[in-house]
Every structure is written in C-alpha cells, then in structure tokens.
Design a protein. Structure first.
Length: 502
C-alpha cells in the first residue's frame, strides 16, 4: 500500500525543516600557550626604596629572570592556554626576584620579599596576576610563604581578548594591589595601591605535524650536540638598551635569546672522557649596537683542560671559568652557571670598558655525549623577545592583539669592534660611561669605561652576576650596618628616585 500524499508531505516538511535549522557557530578550540614573557617592575618606588639610603638593600634575580629596559623584570617561558573564541587566557611564567633591605648585625634582613612564578588569568573581561610569595612581615619579622597569591587586579577596560593570533600581547595594563596581595607584601602597601603596569607577550603556535629527528652521533666529534649559554654582563646589556646608548642587539646564525643569557647552539668538536678535556666551536652571533659603538660576538669556542674553561670569540679569549672534572651524567656533560672572569684579551675586546679580572655573567655549558641525551631547555621569552625594548613612551591604552614576530637582523659576522666617538657621553649614576682619552702609548681614540668598579652582581647598584643554587643571580651584598625599617613611601631619607604617592 502506497503512503498517502499527506504523509509524504509531512515527511518532506520534517526533513526540510531539519536541514533549515540554523547551526550555531563552531567554538574555536583552545590553543596551547608555549613560550612568552611578562615584563613588570612590580612598583618602581619600592625598587628605589629598597636600593636607597634608608633600606641599604638590593635585589637578585632567580630562576632565569632578567631585566629589560629601566626598572622592569622579565619573567619567561610562558605555559598555559588561550581561547580565541571567548578570550580567556591562562599563562604561567618562570623566574623570580628577591628584595632584601635593612640588614641586621646577624646578617638577616628586616625587609625580605620574594616574588616568583607570576601567572596571568583572564576571563570574562577580568584579569588577575598571581605569584608565589615569601615575605618577612614588617614589624613582627614573621616569614610567610604562599603559592599563587592573587597579587594584582588587572584593568582590562576596552580590551577585546577574542580572536587573537600568535603572539597574543598586552601592553602596559594597569595593575592594582589586591587585599591578599597587600597581606603577602608584608604590609608595605594597602590594598588598592597602584602597581607598575604589566606587559606580556605569549606564543600560541600551531602544532607541528613533524618533529625534528634527534642528531646522529658523530664518532669523530666525540659528542652529539652542545650549547653554551652566556649573558655577557647584565649591566652591559642594560647600558646598551638604556637612555645613554639607546641601542639594542640582534641575533644571527642560530643564536637564541633567553632573556638573561644568549645561547650559542650546534656545538661540534672533540671531547675526551678520560682526560676530561673539551674543544668545541658553536654557531650563532650576537651584535650589540648603540650610540657610537658596535660589538659583535661570534665564532664562539670553548676549551676545557685541567678543570678550567676558556670561552673565546673570533679566536680571542674573553673569559675563563672553573669547569671541574668533566664527566657525563645520563649522557650529558654539564657546567652550570660557573662564575666567569674577564681576561686581559677580553678587556681589550671591550675597549677598556672593564679591566681584566672583572666578574662577568656566569657561563653554562651542556654537551650531549649520547644520542638520547637532551640539552637543557632555554628560557623561552617568546617570539620577538630578543629585540631591545622601545624607548618611546608607552601607549596609555593597552591593546590585546596578534603581533608579528620581530625578525632578528643578522650581524655582519665581522671581527670584534667597539668604538665610542663624538663629543662625549654623559655619565649616568650607575649605568653610564665616562669617556676619556687614554694617555697610554699606542692607544688610539676615546674609550668607554664605568665611572667606578661595580660591586655585587646584577642588582640596582650594578655588577656582574655570580651563580647561586636554584639558578639565582646574587646581587650585591647590602652594608652590614643595621638600620631601622621605614615605610618605603614615607621614609625620611629621600631615595635617589622619589617614591610615587599615587
């Protein structure tokens, strides 16, 4: 029996109705955050207070953190997720900074604050910056440690976080201290205090369909792969990007920027396990340029013998460092953050800027002697992270946007060169250079040099870093004279930079 005309019509209507039902938009899949940086000065007046004549203190970097520009700390290796459809972002960063001040006769500090592993979470138009914090309470001296404290509220008014490409960037986002952050900040500031603005850039790469094969073992070389990490000198990098030199650096040949250090990869050469010797050459170059000077470090090589290492550039020995007995562990020979000292030849390379014997940034070396061994991961500051910070005024309105990765210009691979010319450079308090003419016979032209030997290692006073466990970079030891604590905003003695009262 054939179906009735009315039944067929009903079936057709149902089918057509189903086909015509509007389909909602597909939800964009979350993307993985892999690599990126967060730049934040925490609070500039607090930095001035800590390093000023009242607190007699300093700060030191932890876990691969770096400085960028003037008064900002760079945290690296972002990891998390980003939802381009809803605009939600979660990004956790590595590194930390420890502030100490008001030293006591027993070597302790009345002011002792560590901020580490910051993370940013944005959802529903609201943002919060979290951090691990360890602090000594003002007055009582009680030490408190807390993980992922909601430290600062981020003002995201007018920012549309949806639809971003890679990288996703936020620039100069206003930050305000939360009540939990005020408690973790040892009571130095009340809730609602304006903190320094926050900038970040995170990569959300598309997963690669193929992975790079592991390097094959070379019988003649004696090792599979190698890399050497060196930051040159923190205060030198800050001078290059500061208001006097107004310069930057570019990478080429495979060199990588880890924020606080540069990695020279693809090492090849020879390693003798029995003798504990190494002779390796590395790829990559870094070229520093600024007002009236240029310096290229390329053709990097490392030699280790009798427990001592030498790092050279273009055949010129720059630094020496203790290497100990080179012995493989799990297929990897490693030297971690060995203190480095400038050689006489290195002093000439830097144009007399530093005397021989100056402590430079520490050097790390990794040599894979087995195919399964992997080199330590480099701090990942994300795409465009190697460019020098802009000296132009920041835009008052932060914008979330996809930004094209800044391509690094290649260096000229030429010989090392450092020349300072012109009428002269103004000496800055801790980072400037004094230009003078040398009366030494055979020396030509003006040379640059720090106005005085720099103490410590990488704090606001300047000075090279020296290694400490847990990847810390020790800053200059504060004077041993005990001082009484004071509020950083109302201290009777005026710090070098007046604290803000906003």
């Amino acid at each position: 029996m054939l179906p009735s005309r009315s039944l067929v019509s009903a079936l057709l209507a149902a089918v057509l109705g189903a086909l015509l039902v509007p389909v909602g938009p597909a939800h964009a899949a979350d993307r993985t955050v892999h690599g990126g940086r967060l730049d934040w000065g925490i609070r500039s007046s607090f930095q001035s207070y800590v390093t000023g004549p009242v607190a007699h203190g300093s700060w030191r970097l932890l876990g691969g953190a770096a400085t960028v520009g003037t008064g900002r700390f760079r945290f690296h290796s972002a990891a998390g997720s980003y939802d381009p459809g809803g605009g939600a972002l979660e990004a956790a960063f590595s590194g930390g900074v420890r502030f100490t001040g008001h030293p006591g006769a027993d070597g302790s500090y009345a002011l002792d604050l560590t901020i580490a592993r910051p993370a940013v979470r944005i959802s529903g138009g609201r943002g919060t910056l979290y951090a691990d914090m360890t602090s000594r309470a003002k007055g009582t001296g009680k030490v408190t440690t807390a993980r992922q404290v909601p430290l600062a509220a981020l003002s995201l008014g007018g920012i549309d976080m949806r639809g971003g490409g890679s990288p996703v960037a936020l620039t100069d986002v206003p930050a305000t201290l939360t009540s939990q952050g005020a408690a973790a900040f040892a009571g130095y500031y009340p809730a609602g205090t304006a903190l320094d603005p926050v900038s970040l850039s995170v990569d959300t790469p598309t997963p690669s369909a193929t992975s790079s094969p592991a390097p094959s073992r070379s019988a003649s070389a004696g090792f599979v792969d190698a890399a050497v990490d060196w930051g040159v000198r923190r205060t030198f990098r800050e001078y290059v990007t500061g208001p006097v030199a107004r310069g930057g650096w570019t990478l080429s040949g495979g060199a990588q920027d880890g924020g606080a250090l540069f990695r020279f990869p693809r090492g090849h050469g020879s390693y003798d396990d029995e003798k504990g010797t190494l002779d390796a050459s590395f790829a990559g170059a870094v070229r520093f340029t600024g007002a009236h000077f240029a310096l290229t470090l390329d053709r990097i090589a490392v030699e280790v013998a009798d427990g001592r290492g030498t790092l050279s550039s273009a055949g010129r020995p720059l630094i020496t460092f203790p290497a100990g007995r080179l012995a493989p562990r799990d297929g990897l020979v490693a030297v971690s953050e060995a203190p480095a000292t400038l050689t006489a030849a290195g002093a000439k390379v830097f144009g007399g800027m530093y005397p021989a014997g100056t402590v430079m940034d520490p050097v790390s070396l990794a040599v894979a002697v087995e195919g399964a061994a992997r080199l330590p991961a480099l701090p990942d500051v994300g795409s465009g992270g190697s460019a020098a910070p802009s000296l132009s005024p920041s835009s008052p309105s932060p914008v979330a946007r996809p930004e094209a990765a800044a391509a690094s210009a290649s260096s000229d691979h030429g010989p090392l060169y450092l020349g300072l010319v012109g009428a002269g450079l103004v000496a800055a308090a801790a980072i400037g250079f004094a230009v003078r003419r040398s009366s030494t016979a055979g020396r030509r032209g003006p040379v640059a040099q720090f106005p005085a030997p720099l103490k410590g290692s990488g704090d606001a006073r300047g000075g090279p870093a020296r290694p400490e466990g847990d990847g810390a970079r020790e800053q200059g030891a504060a004077p041993a004279t005990p001082t009484t604590t004071a509020d950083p905003e109302t201290a009777s003695a005026t710090p070098p930079a007046p604290p803000r009262t906003d």
